[in-house]
Design a protein around this ligand. Sequence first.
Ligand code: NDP
Length: 237
Amino acid sequence: MDRVCAVFGGSRGIGRAVAQVMAQKGYRLAVIARNLEGARAAAGELGGDHLAFSCDVAKERDVQNTFEEMEKNLGRVNFLVNAAGINRDSLLVRTKTEDMISQLHTNLLGSMLTCKAALKTMIQQQRGSIVNVGSIIGLKGNSGQSVYSASKGGLVGFSRALAKEVARKKIRVNVVAPGFVHTDMTKDLKEEHLKKNIPLGRFGEPIDVAHAVVFLLESPYITGHVLVVDGGLQLVI
Ligand code: NDP
């Protein structure tokens, strides 16, 4: 199979929408999350020959095993999406060290580990496309989200550096930076209040972001780019 796409964080929210669009376009999907049942349910709804895997992106051994299993069962991964992410919002002075570590490990280290594992075969094939899901908060910062901002800002630096590192191998690395999107991650936010600041007047839907992710995955001459998908929020914050 020539077009295999691994979506980490594919069981819910943005990653799930990316998996749906990629499946509609004929790619073969690996839907990956910690909760295998959730990943299976999301892979099942894609309706074809797609597979689910359980993996904690913060654990190197898990990531290595998952890439071995994907290669065995689906073929070599040539498209990678890092949408696994968590937030533990609080003022820095109240943030527990364990919450700092879990955000950095999942949102930043996790993407480094999956990219490293994916590059092994992408470099052999001299082709590959990676999209890391950052956040507008990683570009602009936000009170109460300093650690999350750092994890997502770090992801931009990482992705741009990696884009330079692997361009000669015909591998592209890009970032999509969403604003507020309707998913489990934002379900407790005060939407009525927040959406007043969004020029387009609404939260995004996962599919809004998914189209941007797929656009970058498939754009042969774009690398090292950060595509903001935020309803215009960056214009006003
Ligand atoms: P959801 O909470 O809806 O989904 C998160 C996904 O990541 C789930 O599939 C979850 O599955 C998986 N996941 C979480 N931790 C891990 C882990 N350690 N290892 C593997 N998988 C993991 O989040 P969203 O869809 O909202 O977020 C997707 C990405 O978009 C995140 O990186 C987030 O930071 C970013 N983002 C979201 C915004 C929003 O407004 N929603 C705005 C800007 C950026 P499981 O729990 O089973 O592991």
